[in-house]
Design a protein around this ligand. Structure first.
Ligand code: CTP
Ligand code: MG
Length: 215
């Protein structure tokens, strides 16, 4: 069984306020994308890691991860995933990970791959800590809701079907596409270390979390 990990790193990081696209910016002593790449490459169940970068980002990737296999992505995240899927043809299982979530633990990968024994896909989720209301102020039951992270793991044929048949517009993750195509997606326990770096303050928050972890 062949398992390929795609790291989507073709974004512009516009909300991050970073001089470099955030995935190549330094974070706790390494370029952000190098953190999750190292974890995925070291995992015994992962056969290959492919980084999907934006056109013109080759030199930044070469500086961050010399020699890493890469392909060129597209305008939307789902276009970048599609480019990675073309490069991963022949794989049985695909992991898709956001470069913007640097601190990935092997245990999360284990939980995701185990769930593929019984499901077409698996995603890591966390509970919602805040009280929630809808726009009109009506309380929303947060106990019924989960925040979705990456990596997301899929049986390759189910993922290919979902991408091929997608009729919707912009999709922010692949699990919603697989579910729309009739696939089953398991929810496994996520990790607070996996929070996405989106805004300027998230760099400092990520560094603080990793410093706590390694203390
Ligand atoms: N991504 C991608 N291709 C795109 C858009 C996003 O590979 N066309 C990747 C990003 O590099 C990131 C992940 O998808 O690792 C999650 O996207 P997001 O956090 O929105 O990153 P950016 O799109 O780069 O940031 P922004 O939306 O602030 O510009
Ligand atoms: Mg984006």
């Amino acid at each position: 069984m062949t398992t390929v990990a795609l790291i989507v790193a073709a974004g512009k990081g516009e909300r991050s306020g970073s001089a470099l696209p955030k995935q190549f910016a330094p974070l706790a002593g390494r370029p952000m994308v190098a953190w999750s790449h190292a974890t995925l490459a070291a995992h015994s169940a992962v056969d290959e890691v492919i980084v999907v970068i934006g056109a013109g980002q080759e030199a930044m990737l070469a500086a961050a991860l010399p020699g890493a296999r890469h392909v060129t992505g597209g305008a939307r995240r789902q276009d970048s995933v599609r480019a990675g899927l073309d490069a991963a043809a022949g794989a049985d299982r695909i992991l898709i990970h956001d470069a913007a979530r640097p601190f990935l633990s092997p245990a999360v990968i284990d939980r995701l791959l185990a769930a593929l024994d019984t499901h077409d896909g698996a995603v890591p989720v966390l509970p919602v800590p805040d009280t929630l209301v809808s726009q009109d102020g009506t309380p929303v039951d947060r106990a019924a809701l989960r925040r979705v992270q990456t990596p997301q793991a899929f049986r390759a044929p189910a993922l290919a079907r979902a991408h091929g048949g997608w009729q919707g517009g912009e999709a922010t993750d692949d699990a919603q596409m697989v579910r729309a195509a009739g696939g089953s997606v398991a929810l496994v326990e996520g990790d607070t270390m996996l929070e996405k770096v989106t805004y300027p303050a998230d760099f400092a928050a990520a560094e603080a979390r990793v410093a706590m972890e390694t203390r």
